[in-house]
Ligand binder design. Structure first.
Ligand SMILES: Cc1cc2nc3c(=O)[nH]c(=O)nc-3n(C[C@H](O)[C@H](O)[C@H](O)COP(=O)(O)OP(=O)(O)OC[C@H]3O[C@@H](n4cnc5c(N)ncnc54)[C@H](O)[C@@H]3O)c2cc1C
Length: 377
């Protein structure tokens, strides 16, 4: 195996690290305090081509391989987990650019890739989370339109985004085989947005309800064939899981990078706490587990880039890396003692952000189900 990154991957890592240092780190606490979506910062990411990672070049896209994508998310999440909105946007764009017809691509793909439009992705409902096929939002055909009724919850950047890929039942009798995807534009009559959820972490990353009340969506906005939506929505999951795992590696690395120098500087009982074996062993385990997770993530990305089966490796990487980040960030807080729970020292924020990774993109219980299914099939 070749563990050396290509020159352009090294350059991308450097570009992302510089961006995070300059454009993100100085502002995160203020964004969090004000619970304000940093749209201007995302526009700058769009300027770097990152809004078009999921679009082909003909639509202004800037496609990157899975390993480069993992490096990007690892670096961004070292700064702030709220930047994971980029993944949501690219998921929306990927659905349109892979399954949309030429007219739909013309209408949305290039604008999304440039950052002229922001995308979002809506599956989850009050009664349908892990069981994504249990959705109740329905779309009834009426002439050239669908009449969309129902609601979605926990939607990242709901209200901020301009285009939403929405899962809906078009045949209530058929479960997963009765689901379609509709692209719904902001401002469509009958489409409104609920309150902003107050949440544990990523407070500058709005999470909102979407409400569809007799919302008339042109049938030409359906992405892919009718009742083919579930397959479309599930098709991007392996890549998404690798990216979530990569973000968790960055999240844990950031907390470690605070804890290590702190342990060398903080003295108790007349010596730096790094001199106590109890602290040394914590640091040793943290560094080992971060690296183990990084290798699982990079290996899964490598499999994807070589066109090899990746479902098992992607779920292992997501599960392990996000559980690792939870443990490492808790230990980082422990190393800082009382200072660790104070906002100024930032490790408590990384700890709160780590929890989200265990829940999104398929909870870690769901990852274990997938891993077991792959092993037993
Ligand atoms: C910050 C944030 C942003 C999000 N953004 C979006 C978004 O943009 N778009 C979107 O559509 N959704 C989004 N979600 C929703 C997210 O995808 C769901 O929260 C997730 O899929 C879990 O669903 P749930 O919350 O309903 O939990 P549930 O599915 O109700 O699960 C509750 C618990 O039961 C466990 N469980 C469920 N089924 C099983 C099983 N078969 N075996 C064992 N254990 C099981 C779960 O692991 C979990 O521990 C977001 C969530 C968060 C927190």
């Amino acid at each position: 195996m070749d563990f050396e990154l290509r020159e352009e991957q090294k350059a991308m890592r450097k570009m992302m690290r510089d961006f995070v240092e300059k454009e993100v780190v100085p502002h995160v606490e203020e964004w969090e305090e004000r619970e304000e979506f940093p749209r201007a910062t995302f526009q700058k990411l769009a300027g770097l081509g990152l809004f078009g990672m999921a679009a082909p070049e003909e639509f202004g896209g800037n496609p990157v391989d899975a390993l480069t994508s993992a490096i990007i998310y690892e670096e961004l999440m070292r700064g702030y987990r709220g930047l994971s909105y980029l993944a949501v946007h690219n998921l929306c764009l990927s659905i349109i650019s892979r399954f949309g017809n030429p007219e739909q691509k013309e209408r949305w793909a290039a604008k999304l890739a440039r950052g002229d439009l922001f995308g979002a992705f809506a599956i989850t409902e009050p009664n349908a989370g892990s069981d994504a096929a249990a959705i109740r939002t329905s779309a009834r055909r009426e002439g050239d339109d669908y009449i969309l009724n129902g609601s979605k919850i926990f939607i990242s950047c709901g209200g901020e985004a301009d285009v939403y890929t929405v899962s809906t039942k078009t045949d209530k009798e058929k479960g997963a085989k009765g689901i379609s995807v509709l692209a719904v534009e902001k401002g469509t009559p009958g489409f409104s947005v609920g309150r902003t959820e107050k949440k544990l972490a990523m407070r500058a990353y709005p999470t909102r309800e979407l409400i569809f009340d007799h919302c008339r969506v042109p049938a030409r906005n359906r992405i892919g064939e009718e009742n083919e939506g579930f397959r479309i929505l599930m098709s991007g999951l392996d890549g998404g899981r690798i990216n979530v795992g990569a973000g968790a590696v960055g999240n844990a690395q950031a907390a470690f990078d605070i804890a290590l120098p702190y342990a060398k500087e903080r003295s108790q009982f007349g010596q730096p706490i790094a001199g106590f074996q109890a602290i040394q062993f914590l640091l040793a385990d943290m560094a080992t587990e971060i690296q183990a997770a990084r290798l699982l993530v990079y290996h899964a990305a490598w499999l994807k880039d070589h066109g090899l089966p990746v479902t098992l490796a992607a779920s292992m990487a997501k599960r392990y890396a996000t559980d690792m980040a939870m443990k490492v960030t808790v230990d980082a807080v422990q190393i800082l003692g009382g200072y660790g729970v104070m906002q100024d020292y930032k490790v408590e924020r990384y700890m709160r952000e780590a929890k989200i990774g265990q829940i999104v993109e398929g909870t870690n219980q769901i990852q274990r189900i997938i891993i077991a299914r792959e092993l037993l099939k």
